[in-house]
Design a protein around this ligand. Sequence first.
Ligand SMILES: *Cc1c(COP(=O)(O)O)cnc(C)c1O
Length: 399
Amino acid sequence: MEKDKPALCGGKPVRDTKIYYGHQYIDDDDVQAVAEVVRNGDLTCGPKIKELEDKLCQVTGARYAVVCSNGTAALHMAALAAGIGPGDEVITTPITFAASANCALYCGAKPVFADINEETYNIDPDCVEKLVSEKTRAVVAVDYTGQSAQLDELLSLCRENDMVLIEDGAHVIGTSYKGRKNGSIADMTTLSFHPVKTVTGGEGGAVLTNNEEYYKKLLLYRAHGITRDPSLMEHEPDGPWYYEQIALGMNYRLTDIQAALLISQLNKLPAFIERRKAIVKAYDEAFSKLPQLFVQREIPESDTTRHLYILRICPDRLTIDRKRFFEALEAENVCCNVHYIPTYYFPYYEKLGYCRGICPKAEKLYEEIISLPLYYAMTDQDVEDVIRAVTRIAAYFAK
Ligand SMILES: *Cc1c(COP(=O)(O)O)cnc(C)c1O
């Protein structure tokens, strides 16, 4: 029988139109909510901010939420609130977006990279433990793809060594760990609302915490370090207009326009979660049958809403490498991506003295992964097309 020929080798592509790897879903309610604020609302610092923060607390079980301009700002504020400063070390994973490590650099601290678990791809608590020094002030753990990091192990390490656990939860909204929602467990959890994430505000971010002290600091860092609360002031107020700057904060505010969009998006979160889980199930079922592929392992503690679906190839069982596999998918009109290039591969980090070889499992993973399309707006036909494209490529190039 003639093999099902991939488009890369002259076959007909599985589809004529391109399918994105990630895309937002915006409906009339979203548009209405934004229009309402633009027409009648406060454009920034208005009531939508508190409403969104309350909603995030409801959704995640966190006591406090501070929304801000993006996920990177959230990480920066969390690092400052944790007291990270020059001379400190912050342990994180290299398999993440650069912001997870950059937040340490913003504070004058040094990122230290711990290797991952080779099956779940999340930061390995044993590797973290080996890297703890007197200078370590915090761990930034990423819930890679949306699967929860091993929070209990990481929290007990942090408690033993007087470190703060910051969870970079840019992928995690909708996931729970041992029956508790992520966002209510670590010392602080950061979220991102970039358009490829599960819910979007165009841009946007948040820090979640149960700790009142962190909460108060986060409020200061979000807006210039300025307070109008007389109990925090050093001088007697001159008059009703008086405020004081008591810390060096930034302007990391979110607009009410974005907050309105996010509130409307969060109303759809249960539907987003259900659809993402169904797509992941379909992918897992199809790909676990193919010996050329490895399916990401799920830990039973995490009830996972995936933000990313990672296709991992077994290079020993294929005649092509990841780059060729990626090109073959693109030829089928299935757009893909790679998450992530190990952070310390970047020239900026090389110039700071980081060398390749420090996290061998992360480096091996990077050679073998492709992010497949995964988002609410995908149709069943889209999902079928992706499965068909992956299957025909894996079969055609099988060793
Ligand atoms: C998206 C993302 C960020 C940064 O979020 P922005 O809102 O784009 O600043 C940080 N960490 C991870 C893991 C991300 O995926």
